[in-house]
Design a protein around this ligand. Structure first.
Ligand code: SF4
Length: 263
């Protein structure tokens, strides 16, 4: 923080209110920088809620203003959690994966950060973990070493190129008994549809890292390939080593944006 400016500003104020989205990072820093003569308000003293999104009502209340309208949803609106888009290829993949996982009592599915993390929620409940970017493959490897079978990793194509490649290399180096699903929606859907660093090259990246090409498969996650998806996952689970399955179907949101742009 620019200490000189912060102190100068604080000297001109009786009280400071820090309104931060997310964690009260600046508020904490100011509390350590400024002396105790300064009253600092924010998320840490309860002026604002400790977590959650800020909205105009919360800000008005914090400023001591009259709160005219509460941002409450209408009572007729049913609250609902976020969900995978209808028609998303991840849905078809999770349907198939769930069927296969049910056949193995000790199966664990380690996932990652992306749209596909929504597979943790009903109706899929298809993944067991989501820790941080890249953790799916490394956790599956660790679990496999600890005796979990099948140890399945689910990671998106963008997350894979961001921080999954090193985990896969480790799996190859140690010939880990893992089945890795790289859900390729051919975009970085969560951040607006940019290409990922590996768009169009996921198989060759896996091959370059050293995954046996006989155990790298691309499938299209569509309902009509439901049986084929299950068969492939079943087959690769029995392979004692590293398998990579790439269910590839473009994100329907990106696709519809492209189509609109072409009109
Ligand atoms: S944004 Fe794309 S990848 Fe994400 S859930 Fe929707 S269709 Fe699937």
């Amino acid at each position: 923080l620019p200490l000189k400016q912060v102190r100068k500003l604080a000297e001109m104020c009786k009280e400071l209110i820090i309104m931060e989205e997310g964690f009260p990072v600046i508020e904490e820093q100011l509390r350590s920088i400024l002396d105790t003569n300064h009253k600092i308000h924010g998320r840490l003293d309860g002026t604002l809620p400790r977590d959650g999104e800020l909205n105009p009502d919360l800000v008005a209340k914090a400023l001591g203003k009259e709160v005219k309208s509460f941002y409450q949803p209408s009572p007729i609106v049913e609250s609902r959690p976020p969900a995978l888009c209808q028609g998303c290829g991840h849905r078809d993949l999770y349907d198939a994966l769930n069927e296969v996982v049910k056949e193995h009592e000790g199966a664990k599915v380690f996932s990652d950060i992306g749209c596909y993390t929504l597979g943790a929620l009903p109706p899929f409940r298809a993944i067991d973990t989501c820790i941080d970017m890249g953790a799916s493959i490394t956790m599956a490897k660790g679990a496999s070493e600890a005796g979990v079978h099948p140890a399945i990793a689910v990671i998106g194509d963008s997350t894979f190129t961001h921080s999954g490649i090193t985990g896969l290399l480790d799996c190859v180096n140690e010939n880990a008994n893992v089945t890795i699903l790289i859900l390729d929606n051919e975009t970085t859907a969560m951040t607006g549809g940019q290409d990922s660093a590996g768009t169009g090259r996921i198989e060759s990246i896996c091959q370059g890292i050293g995954v046996d090409e006989n155990h790298i498969h691309v499938i299209t996650p569509l309902k009509k390939y439901f049986e084929e998806m299950k068969e492939l996952i079943r087959k690769e689970i029995t392979h004692e080593g590293v398998s990579v399955i790439i269910p590839r179907r473009e994100c329907i949101q990106t696709l519809s944006r492209k189509k609109k742009a072409q009109k």
